[in-house]
Design a protein around this ligand. Structure first.
Ligand SMILES: [Zn+2]
Length: 566
């Protein structure tokens, strides 16, 4: 599917003026995928009529495409228009990844001049990366002058944000001003913002008409956290007093991996912040979290345990924290010269004590060893350093094929997570488009795969048919008529054959078909349909533990076979 962005803002203003004149009484429906009962209908039309939002024309229809992620460049463009500002014109670019003199450059330069984007230290703007929830809180707070001072004295209402989180005061400001609300108590700071969400947030920021009902400010100011703790169990009670003799003081529950600000510990209890107020949890079920990346470092360099001589293979490491400082020397007193984000793979030049010397994008510097995972030498040599993207089909609001209460999205996730584990144990670098019950759009899955520069992409699905008799495994690849199809075909057959043999499935073979995720990714890509949810034999195999593991092993074996050939 080719998206064609045909309307520029001046054109849309012109056409809307005509439209508005012709039909002043009714709110206009600008997009055929945003009917008047759509949850964001009013906000999207409000911003479209201001010339802030644009659509896509496809087959004679104007579409808004609410589920596509907003990129950072698009966000800059829309914000500048929403603020009634003009793009800067100039012949230089402040960013190494933005071409000077382009329309994109003008909006970005203006947005940065206004201080709407957090600055990056490596000279890039990353225009095509999706805007995240934490970034949207920052840019809307800055653009619309929301009060962060007041908001920062309130505790975080979210279980995945603490007062030490990046952009804490901006996330709080956006929440307490009725602009963002998170979901089920979580903010998901790194989640991508969709076009629908961006329209909602921006309309709320721009006009009080669209704001959410303002959350009550917490009764107590929750400030001065001493540290953070990570919850290690599910359903842990949070109490208003340090006392477990009755249920009356339970104010809520937290779950495994939730992060809480902590204030004090005494006789088995930890005083924490919970949804903007104080509470107490048993200290048996929380662990201290290290937040400051440099806090626990012993910065005395010791002997070099690996040097980058040509006889030893390059050691790679993967970043395990959200933002890892690259410093000019091996110690926290050295200047920060760059940052690496979670999951980035780096080549290790040498290791000295707690510091790793690295070269990344031409920059040589040092990072803390505490925040990287060394991809060590016990690896399977075939898979070592291979970057593999796994894509569990469907997820979140999209269950995929269903049979009673059994959902495709859950089968694909369980098996994908097992494949991830097996590949990682073998030393491969694996990125999954989802690891939980979330819904990345097809466009996001493709963008993610491309951004990770995968060597192979495997999407995992379950089939369904009207007839219960349909059964078996089939695997799709996509190559255009005159392209070299050997790699894609080989990967598809290797996985398909393994599954057919190990699970004794009917062999439906490999097929060439332009499914979105395999058509648009830029690496050898396949989509496997494990079996039919509508066939009782296939379903039984896909839902019993032993066979689930066999599916995962089969996919792993297929991938390994592929990399031993290519
Ligand atoms: Zn599917």
């Amino acid at each position: 599917m080719l998206l064609k962005k045909i309307i520029n803002s001046s054109l849309i203003i012109l056409s809307l003026m005509v439209f508005v004149l012709a039909d002043q009484a009714n709110a206009s429906q600008n997009y055929s995928d945003i009917p008047s009962n759509h949850a964001a209908y009013k906000e999207i039309n409000f911003l479209t009529n201001l010339g802030v939002l644009n659509g896509y024309e496809e087959n004679g229809k104007m579409l808004y495409k609410p589920e596509i992620a907003v990129t950072r460049a698009e966000a800059a463009n829309m914000l500048i228009i929403a603020l009634g500002q003009s793009p800067l014109t100039g012949s230089t670019s402040s960013f190494s990844d933005i071409n000077a003199g382009t329309s994109e450059s003008g909006y970005i330069e203006k947005a940065v001049e206004l201080g709407l984007f957090p600055t990056t230290s490596n000279g890039e703007f990353r225009p095509n990366e999706p805007l995240t929830y934490e970034e949207v809180s920052y840019i809307l707070t800055k653009a619309f002058n929301l009060n962060t001072k007041e908001a920062s004295t309130y505790g975080s209402p979210f279980l995945d944000v603490t007062s030490k989180s990046k952009f804490f005061e901006y996330i709080n400001a956006a929440f307490y001003n009725g602009i963002t609300q998170g979901e089920n108590g979580y903010y998901c700071p790194n989640k991508s913002v969709t076009r629908e969400e961006f329209a909602l947030f921006l309309a709320r920021a721009k006009s009080k008409t669209y704001r959410l009902k303002l959350p009550a400010a917490p009764t107590a100011r929750v400030t001065g956290a001493k540290g953070q703790a990570v919850v290690s169990v599910n359903d842990l009670n949070v109490r208003s007093t340090p006392n477990s003799s009755s249920k009356a003081n339970i104010i809520g529950r937290v779950n495994k991996a939730d992060i809480l600000d902590t204030f004090a510990t005494s006789s088995g209890w930890v005083k924490v912040a919970y949804k903007g107020r104080y509470g107490y949890v048993s200290n048996k079920y929380v662990k201290n979290k290290t937040v400051k990346e440099d806090r626990s470092l012993n910065s005395t360099p010791t002997k070099v345990i690996h040097s980058n001589d040509s006889s030893s293979p390059t050691i790679q490491a993967s970043v395990t924290t959200d933002s890892l400082n690259i410093r000019s020397g091996a110690g926290t007193s050295y200047k920060v010269i760059g940052k690496l984000s979670y999951g980035t793979n780096i080549n290790v030049d040498s290791i000295s004590g707690n510091w790793i010397k690295i070269t990344y994008n031409g920059v040589t510097g040092y990072v803390s060893k505490t925040y990287v995972k060394l991809l060590n030498q016990t690896d399977n040599l075939t898979l070592k350093n291979k970057i593999i993207i796994l894509d569990a089909g469907h997820g979140g609001k999209d269950p995929g094929a269903t049979k009673g209460s059994i959902y495709e999205k859950n089968i694909t996730l369980t098996i994908t997570n097992l494949v991830v584990q097996k590949l990682e144990e073998a030393g491969a670098t694996v990125f999954a488009t989802r690891i939980g019950d979330t819904y990345p759009s097809l466009e996001q899955r493709v963008a993610f795969a491309k951004s990770k520069n995968g060597n192979a992409f495997v999407s995992i699905h379950v089939n369904a048919a009207a007839s219960a008799a349909a059964s078996g495994t089939e695997t799709y690849y996509y190559v255009k008529a005159n392209e070299d199809d050997r790699k894609d075909k080989y990967l598809a057959s290797a996985i398909n054959n393994e599954i057919v043999e190990n699970l004794d499935m009917r062999d439906r073979g490999i097929k060439n078909y332009p499914y979105y995720v395999i058509k648009n990714t830029s690496m050898p890509s396949v989509l496997v349909e494990l079996g039919f949810i509508t066939n009782s034999n296939d379903l039984l195999k896909m839902t019993t533990d032993k066979n689930i593991d066999l599916y995962a092993t089969s996919i792993y074996n297929g991938i390994e076979q592929y990399f031993s050939k290519y």
